[in-house]
Structures are given as structure tokens and as C-alpha cells.
Design a binder for this molecule. Sequence first.
Ligand SMILES: [Fe+2]
Ligand SMILES: [Fe+2]
Length: 141
Amino acid sequence: MIRLLNLDLSWEYAAMIQYIQHAAMLTGAEYFAVIEEELQHAQEEHEHAVRLSDQIQYLGGVPTVRVEEIRTSLDNREMLRQDLEAEYDALRRYLERIEQLESLQLYDVAQVVREIALVEQEHIIDLEKALGISKVNRAYR
Ligand SMILES: [Fe+2]
Ligand SMILES: [Fe+2]
């Protein structure tokens, strides 16, 4: 479990750095609001890294300082797509983690991960909207 939470932690570090870099590289007046969102996301990933580190220490582990793969591009939309893919991955991992933690009756740690997962869901919503991805079911169009 500690190994898996350390994997999540190294992805949080990667996400934080990726958002800072993308916020600096996004250009164009239409991206001003998105840049603010990206910087806000970077702060929230930082907060997630702190919370995961505390949970890993609490479980008797040593928090990693490893950083997972960071993706970047010189194209605005490609950067946002990279961010969105990372968020889909994060949410998928956290939902799996909640199940694993609860099966070990680690409900307290699972609660922290659940709170983090909700923020990743908000990040997904922000990025889907920024990319103009419509989620409306075809039946309602
Ligand atoms: Fe996060
Ligand atoms: Fe996120």
C-alpha cells in the first residue's frame, strides 16, 4: 500500500511541475483564464503531495522524492490535452486506491484519498471545459 501511495505521490509532483511549466508556456488572450486555472491546479497538486506524504509517514513508510514523467508541448491545446490525460489517470488511480484502502479497513487514509479524488474530478471538469469537450449525451442534442 505504501508503494502504491508513493507512486501516487510521484505523479502529484509531476503534475505540479507540469502545470507550472504549462502556465508559463500557454500564450494568447483567450488563454488568460486558463493560465490562472493551471496555476491554481499546481497549488492543489502541491497540497495533495503534502497530504499523501503525511499519510505515507503515518502508515510507517518513507515518502518518495521521485518525480514521474512530465509531458509538455509548444502547442496550447496539446498542453491542455496532456494535463487532462494526466487527470484521468490520477482519478482512475485514486478510485482504485480508495477500494484497496477500504478493503484493508484503512478508512481514515481512504477518506483523505477520497478528498483528493474529488479535487482531481474538478480539475477534469475545468480542463474539459477549457478544451470545449461536450459531455452532453447524443439523445439530448
Ligand atoms: Fe492531485
Ligand atoms: Fe489534478
